[in-house]
Every structure is written in C-alpha cells, then in structure tokens.
Design a protein around this ligand. Sequence first.
Ligand code: C2E
Ligand code: MG
Ligand code: MG
Ligand code: MG
Length: 279
Amino acid sequence: TAKREGRNKYKFYCESMQDELMDKKEVEAILRNAVKNDGFILLYQPQVDVDTGFIEGFEALLRIKGYNISPLKFIPVAEDTGLITEIGRWVTRKAVEQIAEWKEKGYDTKPISVNFSSKQLQDTAYADFLRKILLEKGVEAEYFELEITESILLEKSSNTLEFLNTLKDMGIRIALDDFGTGYSSLNYLTFIPVNKIKLDKSLCEKFLELSNIKVMNSIIGLAHSLGLVITAEGIEDMEQYKRLKKGGCDYIQGYLFSRPVKSDEIEKIYHINMLDNIL
Ligand code: C2E
Ligand code: MG
Ligand code: MG
Ligand code: MG
C-alpha cells in the first residue's frame, strides 16, 4: 500500500501542478488581452467619516471587464509576469482622470486611494510618471493616496524609503494597508512616511469580542499619537461601526455603507450622508 500511496501522491502532485499551471496561464492570457484592449475597469468604494457620515474619499479597486476573477487571484499573476508595471500605471492614470472628471463636473474634490504592489518598486520611473499625470490632469497631489503594505519593506530593492520619501515630498499621501495581517511590528511606523493606517477586515472582526476592545483602543491610540489617521476596513455591521466610533476610529470602509461600485453609482451618493443611507 505504501507504493500505491506513493503513486497516488505523485499523480495528485502532477495534476495539481498542471491545474495550477494552466490556471495561471489562462489568467495571464486574460491579463495580456486586457492590457492590450482596454479591458480593465476601476470600481470605487467609499471611505466614510465616522463622525459626520459623509464620504471622505474612495479606494479604487481593479476588475477585469467581462470576467469574475478576484484581484486576489489576478494581481499575483500580474506581479509574477511583470504585467503589474503596466497595469499599475493604467490604474494610476485612470484614478487621476476620475478625480479630474469629478472636479470638472463640480463635485467636491475627494481623494482616491490606489493600491501599490511592492513589485511596482521595479518600475523605477513610477514617481516621475505619477508627477506627470497629476500635472497633465491638473490634480493636486494631496488628492492621490497610495496604499502600500508592509511587505514593501521586505523588497530587496533598498530604495523603498527613498521612493516613499520622494512621494511624500511630492505631497502624495501614503496609507499602510492590511494592518494586522502581517508582522505588525509597530516599530517601522516611526520611520516610514505614512499618513494613514488601514485596519484589515480580519483584525476588525476581532474587535467584536469584548476582550479585544483594549487592543483596538491601543492601536487607535498609538496611531493617533504618531499623528496618523485610521481607516477600518471590511465593516459590515452597525455593531462594529458603533464600537469603532467609540474607540475614536476616523474612517470606515465596508459593505455596511457600500460595496465597491462603478463611478456612475458613486455620483448618486457622492454628497449624501451615508449614515442616513443605512439608518
Ligand atoms: P485591499 O486593498 O485590502 O482592498 C479591500 C478589499 O476588501 C477589496 O476587495 C474590497 O472589495 C473588500 N471589502 C471592502 N469592504 C468589505 C466588506 O465589508 N466585506 C468584505 N467581505 N469585503 C470587503 P477586492 O476588490 O476583491 O480586492 C482585493 C485585494 O486585491 C485588495 O485588497 C488589494 O490588495 C488587491 N487589489 C485590488 N485592486 C488592485 C489594484 O489596482 N492594484 C493592486 N496592486 N492591487 C489591487
Ligand atoms: Mg487597499
Ligand atoms: Mg486592505
Ligand atoms: Mg474622529
């Protein structure tokens, strides 16, 4: 039976490898096609001011037109294939254009946050590219926010700090995304130039337990003492909202207020009080 098990294992290994390979290849082909044929779309999810209920800004979230593939699946493929450079620039350009379009339509200007993969550090001209786009579209840097994760500090490229400081000097805001999922060593917060911490959904879920309220209060207190603002992510119910409000959290992003939606959907809620919307 040992032999049989061994053979089954081997077979299983081969099949799963091939599935994975085919899957990735397929996703890669879809990505290449989307890059060539304007096949991406950005959805926007509101970030709501906990105190006022009004929208403070939006996160841009990438989708592939005509496909139901999660970015959790296609972003790693984009990273592995190097396509992330071109895709990341497309997202950046589109988001800046959206800020300009809403400005033109007479809406109050609100910042848009864009996710920045650590792999995009390899795009060494990114900061120049961003500077040029902002200038071209007449958008002030303070309305563009870049979301990074702490994995950016692990990239072998030693220019990470230089890159982040260049952005900071340009007036770009930087948010630390997915806080609470990684090392969460708070030490680096003192030397990387971030303005905002985004508490991950998985961390926020823990705040529903009474025993974790002290942890929540400490994290929020620490961030505030460092001069940072806090956004809680993945908030789906009122109980969480109330607790985070009491704890002094600044902004909330989650299905409680809105899923990520197309820009024309955003236009319907741009100036409304999102608390009226749910109460
Ligand atoms: P993220 O940056 O942490 O984005 C937040 C994710 O949480 C989004 O998933 C959003 O739809 C989801 N979310 C927000 N509120 C709720 C909620 O109340 N409940 C639940 N269940 N989910 C909620 P999405 O759009 O699938 O994106 C997943 C991840 O893919 C993002 O996580 C980000 O890391 C990456 N991603 C998305 N767009 C881009 C992009 O343009 N560039 C890069 N590099 N990464 C991107
Ligand atoms: Mg994000
Ligand atoms: Mg996040
Ligand atoms: Mg507040």
